[in-house]
Design a protein around this ligand. Sequence first.
Ligand code: MG
Length: 404
Amino acid sequence: MPGPTITNVRAITTSPGDGSVQRRLIVVKVETSEPGLYGLGCATFTQRHEAVRTVVDNFLAPLLLGRDPRRIEDIWQTIHVNAYWRSGPVMNNALSGADMALWDILGKMAGMPVYQLLGGKCREAAAIYRHADGSTVEEVEDRVRQFMEQGLRHVRAQMGGYGGKQPLPKSPDGALPGAYFDPDGYMRSVVRLFDHLRETIGFEANLLHDVHERLVPIEAVRFAKELEPHRLFFLEDLLPPERIDWFRTVRQQCTTPLAMGELFVNSAEWRPLIDERLIDFIRCHISAIGGLTAARKLQTHCELAGIRTAWHGPGDVSPIGHACNVHLDVASPNFGVQEWGGFLEVEREMFPGCPEARDGYVYPSDEPGWGIDIDEDLAAKYPCPEGVLDWTQARTPDGSAVYP
Ligand code: MG
């Protein structure tokens, strides 16, 4: 059946709010020959946003012009291998942006929200978790209670962000600058934090914690065991993707539920963990793995193995990416929980139709496609700043550069 063809593919970059290097958003817009019919996708890779833009504007646009936007799978496969080298970040983000935009177009053509295209709702809304942080156990407790009063049943608890903020042991003279942290002090502080939270709040709240892959493997195994009595909802990114073999040891040692996948970019990384049932939640950054097409396959793979989803949803995902998370969440029988940072006021204005969160749940739009748009004029008023991130320059007390 003849239909619209793709007439333009381009990246829109914007940094709503204070212009932070940590919030450089990338949206892909795919336009078609049918007047007013276009789609939006999230390609956000904050740390290398200009690289993603180059791939979208200089390589995907000429590749996709003239194609039928309804042939999503064929276009996905075509983009995936077009550079011959494949399956890494930057190109995956560009692919994701195009892929999500095509799903948006298909939904608009069908007059249905994307969750209907996925088989319809399994639930009305997705349970969310938010981040409680503080410099003392009492501060964290207060934040957890505030979220519980807002209706949340899941809260992530950290002490001083990733790696903690304890006093640091002496570093060698001349140690290089960086984001220093002490793994021993960090682990002790987190065990103390969860002792406190379970004593004061009890076991009502579903508590989560993110290690951010900062421990050496055997310490990570011990840490997961130490937290077992605290019955976490999940322990996140206990190990880096390069050390996934160690998850077998963790599994043999304790029943702390494990969430993994924020840094994964291809199936070679997640397949062993799923096939051997070594994790309990998959939580990839959907715009780093190839968009909804890739995430839907991964979700189904996990469903068959009894593993739940908890897609990455921090501030450096665009509202389009959050919408994609939520549409998939409500259509997935094996949905677990959705990370939620909330939107800035300017973001809501820039992206009309942002998913709405209330009483601990986020609801998808019922409008066709993702149900969300972008005000390009407003986006242009918040250009992305140049610069590199500091927090990813992690170092341990002896000055060694380590995973962030
Ligand atoms: Mg994380």
